[in-house]
Design a protein. Structure first.
Lengths: 967, 96, 189
């Protein structure tokens, strides 16, 4: 094995080599490697170029705090941008490449941006690239500069095509959910299982153990080496039938009601990912702590790595990340690092002491030397006394910060702890959620185990440690002192966004003193790494620049997801045909066979029109309308909402709900009614049929059925619980076909020969039970078209048979578009077209529907409000375009002039607009101020820059006397 | 997502419920003046902290009931049936 | 004998067929029992007397309770404090006529037929709980959904009724208009 792989050691499986490619280069790693460790083993020093300045970057860490190694994975539809190399388990055939760098990450033309980075300082886009302000050049930023800069920056290539992977969802409810299977998490899970709880344990990594995977120097636990203890604990937990233990599963969200969201990468099976929604009575966040790098000039050079990453490289992955190392720590826990370096035969050429600091690094694309200077009495480095040390590895640590992300995103608070040298959790958040272990600032192994186990009086004792127990001590802020402003521009705080100490100083000078402002102005902490290595340094730099204590600055807020989650995973199975639920009538197959073009009405698929082969919509609709007006048409009305209202107080209930009286409706009769909301606005309309003294059949609009039933149920339960009335949906109990046209009676007679269809026996607005086409049916004589009409209802399962029979009897199928044209010709409203929640029945010309002879009903009192009775309200009118061939746009604004000059007073809008083959012209229904007083007036309908002259008229265009109902 | 304790069915996911706005808003007598009616139609309290509101167990028993909730923390307090006496809000010191 | 003639076309010609789901559960399309929604005052003794006399079942009071007839496989599920669903597998059972006659004038209670409005299917298999947990957040453990209980439940976006005749068997009724979508959704689990 060439490159930096050590000949032996590590937790990798050297019997299982794995081939992969990086930027097209074929490389090899082993099972147990992450992509990051495999790259390191193959001596890949540059893993990408930075966002703004295209600086060459290497691996800073081997854990989830990594900011630099962001890779594109895969190609084509399988491409996944922005994957962290440290989070990708190495897999056979994986193809990864850096996010930026052209033609390659090693030789990137974009690197020229780093030659003069000053114009790209924080917030540059507020001050530069605004011009040129030349004649004919508009908006240079949006049209010229931003596209250019975005192509230079960019954050990965979006995949081409639909994500072909399948993702799963699962819901699980447990007593205790534990995030993290390190020492504290394992202890917590075992303790909970010991108490009889159902437990879920989620670990982000491919194996349990946390710190035990990369560290040495921890004591023995229950007389076993830490890693052996961890693996034993995991095995015991996974074996327990009350436990769900998952590796490769990251907790990315924590929400109200202790709902934890985790994303699992399954090892095998049909799913590329699985989101678990976890409900728990208790949540233990044992997410560990994240190491912070020291911030010093030249700290972003490839070869500068976190101390824990150097240890993990050697101990876990068997990789030797360099030959000559400088060690730069700000705490006393360096024994493990030194031991690892010695074991890997890495020479420690210098250890930066407490009175020294690093003032610079050198080397292009690879660390070559480090400048170390002593600190003067003012605490600043004495640049004149600095020495240059050759090194190809700089192991740095600015201390450890508890991983508080999950705690913070559910509203938890944090506070600076001087003693611990980090921000720690400080209350807030939900009951039943606690941090444990390093996440709770318990950094030693013994403390972490005890904290995870928790205090259970009388419960089993927790794991016992024996031996030396190291923990970071005396860690302070990770900002190295820097003398010159020039050097501050080379001290990187946010690696992802190229934000330096100088940028924070700039933000402070410009008045952005609050952490949230400084963050957004500089974009520090706004990368896909959520500022894991940047947050504390940002706060520390801001504190220094504004002369405040870091405790007063605080950390900026975090939001889920803590780590990126693919959209496909969030969607799960709800994609493609299943994306939105679909409802179908029993005649659906017939509509398809007839060439129906469907429209969505709520979840329903309704036939909008039936197109003969090659027929466009307009001629099809015209043909259907003519069929209804001159012969007979058939419309599938199964989708209409139907509500059974029953009980001794049913009539009284309906009286309170409709504007007109329903108690006077005779058994066997039907009545059109309008429902208002309590503010007096029209809410729904429909026909009510009386089935018996205590039984009514109420119809609603198709789209409003559920809302109306919910509305009525609300009044029944909460406002009028004294009424004995009950409501039930029967929308899908009855399928329906409307038979309409001058020949409707003849058609119905063919289906139901025994039924007396004379106007005396079966008047308009009554209903009869009969046998139609051999099916037991309920027939309502109602009309939405203005022609003689019958709505035949049969049990849902017989809908198709009824449809067949009606068509066999000669009816022409027509769809919802024709239905709309026909009703509009008659001036009939459609809720949602002529109403929008601001229209009263008086506005619609339906005052005759408002009964003066009954008690209170919903909306009655509101109708008396001054605003609803004032002049100037929009009223329903008809519009005839002067040019009869024009079909106005729905939504066109009604104005008084052909040449509007803003602010032009708007008098109303076009609510419904169609072509009428009966009238041979375009026509519309509109709501116009004082419309009823304007009949005959000439106004204009304006839409998208064009004003059409229109004449205002009565909204009933066709058969105003209603004679066709009895034709 | 909240967990809402339906008084009839026990604690269930928020997704099973429909929200119904402020509780105990009394519908005035029609004889009351316009101001009273406007208040009932358009004005609602918006406290920071504990509030009483209506919920319906839509995918379940279908019943309307009242619930105490802290609008600042989304802590859930007692639920009580329509017409029941209003239980006091949980102690200020109690964490959500 | 009522036979189903359901249009499943939007989701493929075999959409109505029983078969296996992706993870191997047995999905069976069932004949719909006659279904009647009964609504009335739970404290009304007249209603209790009518139920016992006509269908031989005493109404339950707790949500999810399903009271069973001792003789004919029919059952009464408690849907709300004042609502029960009567399910009668024998479409011509004389009990139906007896019940509807007794409540015909809707003065004591409302009895509304909803047979057509529901499509029925069953899911069986050892891992049925785990599979359904992908579609609903409602806990399905035996403690939270006992054998013999029946509850309203959302499976994905579809509002269903689910009964649990056995530990590894769920019987699901979805609104008929959603049936093709629901079946396609269930086939994927």
């Amino acid at each position: 094995m060439t490159g930096s792989r050590l000949p032996a050691g590590g937790l990798i499986d050297r019997t299982k080599p794995i081939s992969f490619t990086f930027e097209g280069r074929a490389l090899t790693g082993y099972a147990g490697d992450s992509v990051a460790s495999a790259l390191l083993a193959n001596d890949v020093r540059i893993v990408g170029r930075s966002f703004k300045r295209h600086r060459p970057r290497g691996l800073l860490s081997l854990g989830m705090e990594e900011p630099n190694a962001i890779l594109n994975v895969g190609t084509g539809a399988h491409a996944a941008p922005n994957r962290f190399a440290t989070e990708l388990p190495l897999a056979q055939g994986l193809a990864v490449s850096p996010t930026r760098g052209w033609p390659s990450s090693r030789f990137d033309l974009g690197g020229v941006l780093d030659l003069w980075p000053t114009p790209l300082a924080a917030g540059f886009y507020y001050k530069t690239f605004i011009g040129p302000r030349l004649p004919g050049v508009r908006d240079a930023w949006n049209r010229l500069w931003e596209p250019l800069l975005r192509s230079l920056a960019g954050q990965g290539r979006a995949p081409e095509g639909v994500d072909p992977d399948a993702y799963d969802h699962a819901h699980i409810e447990v007593d205790v959910a534990v995030v993290g299977a390190g020492l504290a998490g394992l202890a917590a899970a075992e303790a909970a299982l010991g108490r009889g709880a159902r437990v879920a344990l989620f670990e982000r990594d491919i194996r349990p153990g946390g710190r035990a995977l990369g560290r040495d120097g921890d004591p023995r636990i229950d007389d076993a080496a830490p890693l052996a203890w961890a693996e034993g604990a995991w095995a015991r937990i996974a074996d327990n039938p009350r436990a769900t233990a998952k590796l490769r599963t990251t907790a990315f969200g924590l929400y109200d009601g202790r709902q934890l969201a985790v994303y699992e990468l399954p090892v095998d099976g049909p799913y590329a990912g699985r989101i678990w929604h976890v409900r728990a009575k208790e949540i233990v966040i044992a997410a560990g702590a994240l190491e912070r790098p020291m911030t010093f000039p030249g700290n972003d050079r490839p070869g500068v790595m976190l101390a824990s990453a150097v240890e993990a490289a050697i101990r876990r992955y068997g990789v030797r990340p360099g030959g000559q190392a400088v060690v730069f720590l700000n705490h006393g826990d360096g024994a493990g690092l030194r031991q690892a370096l010695n074991a890997a035969d890495i020479e420690i050429v210098a250890e930066v002491g407490p009175d020294e600091t690093v003032t610079g690094t050198q080397g292009f694309g690879r660390l070559q030397s480090v400048d170390i200077a002593p600190l003067g009495p003012d605490g600043l480095p004495r640049m004149d006394a600095r020495r240059r040390v050759p090194a190809d590895l700089l192991a740095t640590s600015g201390g450890w910060s508890p991983a508080l992300a999950l705690h913070l995103i559910q509203g938890g608070r944090q506070a600076w702890s001087e003693a611990d040298g980090c921000f720690i959790a400080a209350g807030g958040g939900q009951d039943g959620v606690r941090l444990a272990g390093a996440a709770n600032a318990r950094f030693s192994a013994a403390a972490a185990l005890a904290d995870g186990h928790g205090s259970t009086a009388g419960g089993a004792p927790g794991p016992k440690t024996t031996g030396g127990d190291a923990a970071p001590s005396g860690q302070g802020l990770p900002l190295a002192p820097i003398a010159a402003e020039r050097l501050k521009r080379q001290a990187f705080i946010d690696f992802q966004h190229d934000v330096t100490v100088a940028d924070i100083g700039l933000a402070a000078r410009e008045g952005f003193h609050a952490i949230e402002h400084a963050k957004r102005y500089t974009t520090a902490g706004m990368g896909t790494d959520q500022g894991r290595t940047a947050q504390l340094a940002t706060a520390a730099a801001l504190a220094a620049a504004t002369g405040r204590e870091i405790g007063d600055i605080g950390l900026s807020g975090l939001r889920p997801p803590v780590t990126p989650v693919p959209f496909g995973a969030l969607g799960g199975w709800r994609r493609g045909a299943l994306f939105a639920p679909v409802r179908q009538t029993p005649m659906h197959r017939r509509h398809e066979a007839l060439g129906a073009v469907f429209e969505d009405v709520g979840d329903w698929k309704r036939a909008r029109y039936y197109a003969a082969p090659g027929e466009a919509m307009a001629p099809a609709v015209a043909r259907e309308c003519r069929a209804v007006r001159t012969a007979v048409g058939a419309l599938d009305v199964s989708t209409l909402g139907k509500i059974a209202v029953a009980g001794p107080d049913a009539a009284a209930f309906l009286n309170r709900v409709y504007t007109n009286r329903m108690d006077t409706l005779a058994v066997g009769a039907c009545r059109y009614g309008v429902m208002l909301k309590d503010d007096g606005m029209v809410f729904d309309d429909g026909v009510v049929a009386r089935l018996g003294p205590n039984r009514f059949h109420v119809t609603t609009t198709s789209g409003g059925a559920a809302a109306v039933l919910n509305w009525l149920e609300d009044w029944r339960q909460t406002e009028w619980p004294d009424l004995k009335v009950w409501l039930a949906s029967v929308t899908e109990q009855w399928a329906g076909v409307a038979v309409a046209g001058p020949n409707a009676a003849r058609t119905l007679a063919a289906l139901a020969p025994e039924l007396d269809l004379s106007d005396t026996a079966f008047p308009h607005l009554t209903w009869r039970d009969a046998t139609a086409a051999g099916l037991s049916a309920r027939i309502f004589r109602v009309s939405f078209s203005g022609e003689r009409g019958y709505e035949i209802n049969v049990p849902w399962r017989h809908g198709e048979a009824l449809w067949d029979a009606v068509l066999a009897a000669g009816a022409i199928p027509y769809g919802t578009e024709a239905m709309h044209v026909l009703r509009a010709e008659k001036g009939f409203i459609v809720v949602g077209h002529e109403t929008d929640g601001t229209v009263t029945p008086v506005d619609l010309g339906l005052s005759w529907l408002i009964s003066a002879k009954k008690g209170d009903f919903i909306g009655k009192r509101a109708l008396a409000r001054p605003a609803l009775t004032a002049p100037g309200r929009k009223q329903l009118v008809g519009l005839e375009p002067e040019d009869a061939s024009v079909v106005l746009d729905e939504g066109a604004q009604i104005i008084a002039t052909a040449t509007p000059r803003p602010p032009e007073p708007m008098l109303g809008h076009v609510a419904s607009s169609y072509w009428s083959s009966a009238l041979n012209r375009g026509f519309a229904l509109a709501l116009v101020k004082d419309g009823r007083a304007r009949h005959g007036e000439r106004l204009f309908a304006w839409s998208l820059g064009v004003a059409h002259a229109v004449r205002v008229r009565d909204p009933v265009f066709y058969d105003p006397k209603g004679a066709r109902l009895h034709a | 997502m909240l967990i809402i304790p339906c008084p009839y069915c026990g604690p269930r996911d928020e997704t099973e419920f429909a929200y119904g706005g402020e509780a105990h808003v009394v519908r005035p007598d029609p004889a009351e003046d316009d101001a009273a009616w406007s208040a009932r139609l358009f004005l609602r309290h918006n406290p920071k902290g504990w509030t009483r509101e209506r919920w319906r167990h839509q995918i379940g028993c279908g019943q309307w009931f009242n619930l105490c909730r802290d609008t600042a923390t989304n802590a859930i307090g007692p639920a009580y049936r329509m017409g029941d006496a209003q239980p006091p809000f949980p102690d200020r010191e109690t964490k959500p | 004998m009522l036979r189903s003639a359901r249009p499943w076309s939007a989701f493929g010609p075999s959409a109505a067929a029983s078969g296996r789901t992706a993870s191997g559960l047995i999905l069976t399309v069932l004949e719909a029992p006659r279904a009647f929604l009964l609504q009335g005052d739970p404290d009304d003794h007249r209603l209790a007397e009518i139920l016992w006399r006509t269908i031989g079942i005493r109404r339950g009071l707790a949500m999810g309770e399903v009271q069973r007839s001792e003789t004919d496989g029919s059952r009464l599920a408690t849907m709300a404090p004042d609502a029960w669903l009567y399910l009668q597998p024998n479409p011509a059972s004389p009990r139906i006529a007896a019940l509807t006659d007794a409540l015909a004038d809707a003065s004591i209670a409302a009895l509304i037929e909803q047979t057509e409005a529901r499509s029925w299917m069953s899911l069986a298999g050892a891992h049925v709980e785990r599979a359904l947990a992908g579609l609903t957040s409602r806990p399905l453990t035996p403690a939270r959904f006992p054998v013999g209980a029946g509850y309203a439940i959302a499976l994905g976006p579809v509002h269903c009724l689910a009964e649990r005749p056995g530990m590894t068997l769920f019987r699901i009724a979805c609104p008929t208009s959603y049936a093709p979508y629901a079946l396609a959704m269930l086939r994927r689990i």
